[in-house]
Design a protein around this ligand. Sequence first.
Ligand code: PMP
Length: 360
Amino acid sequence: MTDRAFNFNAGPGTLPVPALQQAARDILDYQGLGLGIMEMSHRSKEFMAIAEQTESLFRELLGIPNNYRILFLQGGASSQFFMVPMNLLAPGTTACYLNTGTWSAKAIKEARRFGTVDVPFSGEADNFRRLPEPTDYTVAHGCQYLYLVSNNTIFGTQFSSFPETDVMLVADMSSDILSRRIPVERFGLIFAGAQKNLGPAGVTIVIVRDDLLDRVADSVPTMLRYKTHADKQSMYNTPPCFAVYLVGEVLKWVKAQGGVEAIEQRNEEKARLIYEMIDSGDYYRGHAEPSSRSRMNVAFNLPTAELEAKFVAAAAKQKMIGLKGHRSVGGCRASIYNAFPVEGVRHLVAFMQRFERENP
Ligand code: PMP
């Protein structure tokens, strides 16, 4: 696999090579059955075993307690922006949302269709460089939940710890799920689109505490109720079979790496290497304030937009793909998800040093 580039894309992002190699074989013929993984019934014993194994491995790796259900849904993480309030926010009640970037703003917009939304913190005025400290806001009494985006993919910020509050937490962990250990029991619900750390686009994983499943109003359509999917082990309708399968292969890879703790250490090391480079001078400027920095997405600028364009183009020629920043921040962004190798980070840092020397 020497001809693979270093893929810094923010998502879909790079996936572990062993998982892709296994998938390449299983697409054509799964375990000698004479048919591929995308062609078998989701009710076959082979696929049921894959789904069960994927779920139990995910539970094991993240330490998810037994009173939480794990659902494999479709519609992308964006559908959770409305499914969360549709299922958890009864009319006339209030939820609290921390506005830390594009993805929380979209979730706030959807939640307002269902109940009252209190936004006690917004980072908008400083272009979402900073996440709130606990003293920056208060959660109104009686809120149904406190919603946050654990890692802000676009602005490169990440909560290093989660708010201490009596109110249950709900989190969008699309861009940092499985990248570090998390205290699942402090959350009522966690969701994540798969296409960064877990697998291909097409499946969204929802972890939901089982006592919340009955909150939903009768008027909510069958497919949009968490309970429907929980009651049927995510087999109420045809699940995104291939995506679930590939998530399973990625999870096997995570386990073989030493599990989430080992992955977390490696992620810290990768991020440290890039931030040290950024902090070594004033040519590169990180977008996020140091205390809010993400270990998954490093957003940074060069002295001018022209140099940024040149940097991205020159990096691509050296097999470093996907370094252009999101259009709302500009500049560059290095997404270094779980499957992104340390070697690729070293390659980038050496390139950054060279580029600075050659383009003063
Ligand atoms: N939340 C976060 C934190 C994201 O980064 C993204 C997209 N990359 C989304 C939600 C939306 O995901 P999807 O495209 O699966 O709807």
